[in-house]
Design a protein around this ligand. Structure first.
Ligand SMILES: [Zn+2]
Length: 58
């Protein structure tokens, strides 16, 4: 693992990400999607109710 997070998209290589709250189809839960700021590839999903705890471990 590299020290800095990098987009898994080989043709992108961006190191900047954004978080977007979304709700999957057929679901009422809110998820926090971590995605590439450049190409939009989702690199992680966090249940938003755990986001506060999880953010301390990222
Ligand atoms: Zn990307």
């Amino acid at each position: 693992m590299a020290n800095s997070s990098k987009c898994p998209n080989a043709s992108c290589d961006s190191t900047e990400f954004e978080s977007v709250v979304g709700t999957p189809n057929n679901s009422s839960i809110k998820l926090l999607f971590i995605r590439c700021n450049s190409c939009g590839t989702v690199v992680g999903v966090v249940d938003s109710q755990y986001y506060i705890d999880a953010s301390e471990n990222i």
